[in-house]
Design a protein around this ligand. Sequence first.
Ligand SMILES: Cc1cc2nc3c(=O)[nH]c(=O)nc-3n(C[C@H](O)[C@H](O)[C@H](O)COP(=O)(O)OP(=O)(O)OC[C@H]3O[C@@H](n4cnc5c(N)ncnc54)[C@H](O)[C@@H]3O)c2cc1C
Length: 533
Amino acid sequence: MSIRQSDVVIIGAGIAGLVAAHECLEQGKSVTVIDRHIREKVGGLARTAFGGMALVGTPLQRRMGIRDDAKIALADWLSIADFEASDTWPRRWAEAYVEQSAERVYDWLTEKGLRFLPAVNWVERGQYVPGNSVPRYHVMWGTGLRLVERFVELLQPYEDSGRLHWQFGARVTGLVATAGSITGCQAEIEATGDRCEFAAAHVLVATGGINGNLEKLRENWYRPWGEPPAEMLNGSHPYADGHLHDVVAANGGVVTHLDHVWNYAAGIPHPRPEFDLHGLSLIPCKSALWLDHTGARIGPEPLVTGFDTNELCRRVSVLAKPYTWQVLNWRIAARELAVSGAEHNPYIRDSKAIPFFREILFGNNRLVRQMQDECDHFIVAPTLPELVGKMNALNGDSLVDLDTVENVVREFDANVRRGKSQWNDDQLRRIEHARAWRSDRIRTCKPKPLLDHPPLIAIKLRLITRKSLGGIQTNLESRALDRNGQPIPGLYAVGEAAGFGGGGASGRRSLEGTFLSGCILTARAAADAIANS
Ligand SMILES: Cc1cc2nc3c(=O)[nH]c(=O)nc-3n(C[C@H](O)[C@H](O)[C@H](O)COP(=O)(O)OP(=O)(O)OC[C@H]3O[C@@H](n4cnc5c(N)ncnc54)[C@H](O)[C@@H]3O)c2cc1C
């Protein structure tokens, strides 16, 4: 069996692995990066990510008149995270995040030639507990794909000089332990079945979360929510299977909070699936009516996105059927519909400012037409009876009741017609609140009766998996800890594999956009620790 030796072995070429590699190479180390994917897929999930990051106290926030600092952000984070008393390392990572994100993510990426869109969005405002007190969601110009491409560019000279070795198409199966230290890993070349070994003084696990493995997700389902839904879509990737979590645990590491996940309530099947149950996550329109399988409005409190993503997931997971419907019209879809990820945001991904701002100003009819053409779960019809007919045809049953839907829509429309001073609906109140912030105002419609603006649209939605909030427990140097809280010599965990720091820096919920940035912070911390060891 062949053995390759380097100073550092990084398992996983996602954004956490790429950043860790860059930082270790900058410090003069030799590095081997191993990944199951082929070279063209380098970057893991970040390749397809939208590129939104929660950043605290940035120059861009200041330019928009937003006063933010680590103290405000920590209070928000602790409110949303709802940490347990024993969550020492997750909490310390939360503190590190709010202290460091401006300098060690925003400034650092900017120095590397990356840019952010000139607007800061306000997501996860909180519903029953406070969320983001202020807007802090920064969007990378070029999406997650540009982030990946930039790091691949930065790594190229090191490959050319021979200090960086890539091993693609290899699945790491186990770690090598020598006299109490982790000194390497074993892998299988997937195309040939050949076995090989990689030796290093420092081994970083950067293999992502578990949310690409629906079986594991179901096993670890958050029990207070009851049973997991019978149907879910996969919004991660099957390689995020949690195998290395098990391997680390078998080598004395601690894996925590796998029942804490960051899923989304509005998934539809990907029209060009790359794997079983591959889903797309829609950013649900705030002005759409969210209905259950009969067509009744889910309530009494309506479901509205932008306040508490986790609560939306809880509400849809406890319904009688594992799917919901949104009913809206073309006017709303063109202004509010978005799909999370690089693929469906081509003008941001390709940094094309003029068409991007044109869509912001005049509506994204391109995306709505694309959804209509490509997705059978995206139904368009001129009237409600035709729409409901098509909804039932898609399901092959008659569970959606036309009278029920008509009553819901007519009641909502009557409320809107009464005029702003007499609006008495929680969804309308939240739309008004959202529209008060300028970046949201242009993406949230002024309420108008739904039936006045055909064609009508219905979207069939399922829960879609995405990020694991829990993971391998680490200290602030990203060293994997054993059951006594001591670092396991030679072993580190970064990115989603480490629950974005400490085995679950987000706690129960995220302020949103804490993932790519959490990968960067944990990867840089590991590289610093290696340099100082
Ligand atoms: C569509 C989409 C949109 C998103 N948008 C955002 C966003 O806007 N903002 C945000 O903060 N986050 C977003 N995310 C989440 C974010 O992209 C991920 O949390 C982050 O990229 C995880 O990076 P990682 O390096 O830790 O893991 P991954 O990207 O999962 O990379 C892990 C790598 O390890 C490899 N691997 C796994 N097991 C093995 C093994 N046994 N042997 C060898 N290799 C292995 C995998 O092939 C993979 O390449 C999004 C995710 C998706 C899918």
